[in-house]
Design a protein around this ligand. Structure first.
Ligand SMILES: *[C@@H]1O[C@H](CO)[C@@H](O)[C@H](O)[C@H]1NC(C)=O
Ligand SMILES: *[C@@H]1O[C@H](CO)[C@@H](O)[C@H](O)[C@H]1NC(C)=O
Ligand SMILES: *[C@@H]1O[C@H](CO)[C@@H](O)[C@H](O)[C@H]1NC(C)=O
Ligand SMILES: *[C@@H]1O[C@H](CO)[C@@H](O)[C@H](O)[C@H]1NC(C)=O
Ligand SMILES: *[C@@H]1O[C@H](CO)[C@@H](O)[C@H](O)[C@H]1NC(C)=O
Ligand SMILES: *[C@@H]1O[C@H](CO)[C@@H](O)[C@H](O)[C@H]1NC(C)=O
Ligand SMILES: *[C@@H]1O[C@H](CO)[C@@H](O)[C@H](O)[C@H]1NC(C)=O
Ligand SMILES: *[C@@H]1O[C@H](CO)[C@@H](O)[C@H](O)[C@H]1NC(C)=O
Ligand SMILES: *[C@@H]1O[C@H](CO)[C@@H](O)[C@H](O)[C@H]1NC(C)=O
Ligand SMILES: *[C@@H]1O[C@H](CO)[C@@H](O)[C@H](O)[C@H]1NC(C)=O
Ligand SMILES: *[C@@H]1O[C@H](CO)[C@@H](O)[C@H](O)[C@H]1NC(C)=O
Ligand SMILES: *[C@@H]1O[C@H](CO)[C@@H](O)[C@H](O)[C@H]1NC(C)=O
Length: 454
């Protein structure tokens, strides 16, 4: 260093802002600030160097250049052990190799068999004839760990049913010769795209991208990206877990009636609607089908009524959230004395009413025959027997595919048994009793829902 001792000069130079002229480093090395490395693995230090203008005359690029790595501090006088690698020596403290082409000012270096005591700062120096210089300002911080750091996992795209979603996972590859293998654990089938890419600081990372279409069945499912680093004969793994929060229109909408048996006029009956939705259902609406007409009777999850003669008939509910709407199947409110609805029809004296009610009864009986107690029916297929169903359907299908592709359908069946226990936990107590139904009928419900409620 040829810095003048003279205070006056110093001040003048400070003032004029040409400090760089004489305090310019003797060598300009470029390398990452920090490298996280695994024990037993290798580390590649991306490195390049340049000769400052003031030394351009002394530096003769046709003369072979050797590279030197010094740990802890750029000074090695009296501390020869700090020189851990000198490319002009055959035996070095660290097993390493300058893989870059030094004549092209590429000082990229690899150290093998890294141990935890390699954790340190490292400075770079070149030695040539007659030029020798160390970049005293720039060092790389090497941090050696026994366990790899977790890969980064990011999700892009709105997490909504029917939307495509992209998952991106990246893991650092400090030893590009043995990059980590990225694997995914997802609640669906998927295809991946992987590549080894260079980061802005010249370090390398492995990237993996997955794209799939979201279904409400993916809600609250874990996704995992696992990085497997080969280290010698074994592997070290790190993973990143994330739970999907998928928004979807109401699903598994069902109406239940209590008590289910025929009731006397003047007694209390509760109708309860249950549904699974994200965000939760904001609006439950009750409808009565009576005399072939559908009538809005109540808003709210439960509908309690003091039964009058005209209350007998079919009821269903609609559940709505910001993403759409789900419609339950009908439940039958029977009034004692009116059970023989056919007799009532004849008494009314109109053959038309008789036929209509018979058809409805037959239809309902057929729909009900699947369930032992006839207490509850699940979502009916779209547009079926529902004059106002179109109101619900319009919202439910807005911007969504009318039907899941065949691939997703089998997927639903595959995951149905897992999903249901989870979905059920969100249901109202009234619907919880239906959980006693066998696994097989639960499967059937999932399938009906998958086709009908989209
Ligand atoms: C660089 O070194 C070569 C041989 O070592 C010599 O021939 C050449 O003159 C030198 N160039 C300069 C500019 O010193
Ligand atoms: C590197 O090795 C060469 C040859 O042994 C030696 O001349 C030089 O002084 C060494 N450099 C350092 C910084 O130890
Ligand atoms: C060092 O790296 C160079 C270039 O990649 C290669 O040719 C050479 O064999 C390596 N030397 C050792 C000792 O690994
Ligand atoms: C430096 O050399 C390494 C090989 O060791 C190479 O991967 C890298 O691309 C080179 N850098 C530049 C800037 O050429
Ligand atoms: C790393 O160490 C193992 C044994 O511990 C040895 O077999 C191997 O050759 C070493 N690798 C290098 C590049 O020196
Ligand atoms: C680093 O530690 C290992 C044991 O873990 C030891 O064999 C080696 O000599 C140490 N190296 C240095 C440079 O201190
Ligand atoms: C992960 O993200 C952090 C913060 O954004 C970043 O510093 C790190 O380099 C990333 N790691 C990978 C492997 O991309
Ligand atoms: C999902 O991940 C969380 C941690 O993120 C974990 O606690 C939970 O057990 C995982 N669930 C499943 C089903 O793997
Ligand atoms: C290490 O992981 C790879 C896949 O990344 C696997 O093929 C290999 O069998 C694993 N080795 C050990 C020892 O677990
Ligand atoms: C139902 O209404 C009738 C007439 O208003 C009343 O007498 C009866 O007590 C009510 N029943 C109940 C359970 O509230
Ligand atoms: C109906 O619900 C009300 C409150 O929601 C409750 O007090 C009543 O006991 C219920 N009646 C029947 C028959 O379940
Ligand atoms: C719920 O829906 C019904 C029928 O569509 C509507 O009349 C009512 O205003 C809605 N209530 C709320 C709170 O949105």
């Amino acid at each position: 260093m040829a810095c003048p001792e003279n205070m006056f000069f110093l001040i003048v130079l400070f003032m004029s802002g040409v400090l760089a002229c004489f305090c310019q480093p003797d060598l300009i090395a470029t390398m990452p600030d920090r490298l996280d490395v695994l024990t037993g693995s290798c580390v590649q230090i991306p490195c390049s160097f340049d000769i400052p203008d003031k030394h351009k005359n002394t530096f003769n690029s046709t003369i072979p250049i050797s590279g030197v790595w010094i740990k802890e501090s750029p000074k090695f006088d009296g501390r020869p052990d700090n020189v851990i690698f000198n490319s002009s020596k055959t035996v070095n403290i660290y097993q390493g190799n300058i893989t870059g082409n030094m004549s092209q000012k590429n000082c990229t270096t690899v150290f093998f068999n890294v141990t935890t005591n390699y954790t340190n700062k490292y400075y770079f120096r070149i030695e040539s004839q007659p030029f020798r210089a160390t970049d005293i300002d720039k060092f790389v911080d090497i941090v050696v760990r026994d366990v790899p750091s977790s890969p980064n996992l990011t999700v892009s795209g709105e997490l909504k049913e029917g939307n495509p979603v992209s998952l991106n996972c990246s893991a650092v590859a400090p030893c590009p010769e043995h990059p980590p293998e990225l694997t995914w654990t997802l609640p669906t089938q998927f295809t991946t795209e992987k590549q080894l890419q260079e980061n802005p600081d010249q370090t390398k990372s492995v990237f993996s991208t997955v794209t799939f279409t979201l279904s409400y069945l993916h809600h609250e499912k874990n996704i995992t990206c696992t990085a497997v680093y080969p280290v010698g004969a074994s592997n070290k793994t790190a993973e990143h877990n994330m739970m999907l929060n998928v928004s979807f229109s109401p699903k598994d909408t069902s109406a239940s009636i209590s008590p289910a048996d025929p009731v006397l006029v003047g007694s209390c009956v509760n109708l309860t609607c249950s549904s699974t939705a994200n965000p939760p259902v904001t609006n439950f609406t009750w409808f009565q089908i009576s005399g072939g007409k559908t009538r809005h009777v109540e808003s709210g999850q439960s509908y309690s009524l003091n039964v009058t003669v005209g209350d007998g008939g079919l009821y269903y509910c609609e559940a709505r959230n910001s993403h759409g709407c789900g419609k339950s199947k009908e439940v039958w409110l029977t009034i004692k004395g009116q059970e023989t609805s056919m007799g009532f029809g004849i008494a009314a004296g109109t053959l038309g009413a008789f036929l209509l009610i018979s058809l409805i009864s037959l239809f309902v009986w057929r729909r009900n025959s699947r369930l032992h107690d006839g207490l509850e029916m699940t979502d009916s297929p779209q547009g079926q027997n529902s004059p106002v169903g179109t109101v619900c359907a319009d919202q439910a299908t807005a911007g969504e595919k009318p039907e899941e592709p065949a691939e997703d359908q089998s997927e639903e069946i595959h995951y149905g048994d897992i999903d249901f226990s989870k979905l059920k936990t969100k249901e109202t107590p009234a619907a919880a009793q239906d959980r006693v139904q066998g696994q097989e009928s639960e499967y059937a419900e999932v399938n009906v829902t998958g086709r009908g409620d989209q």
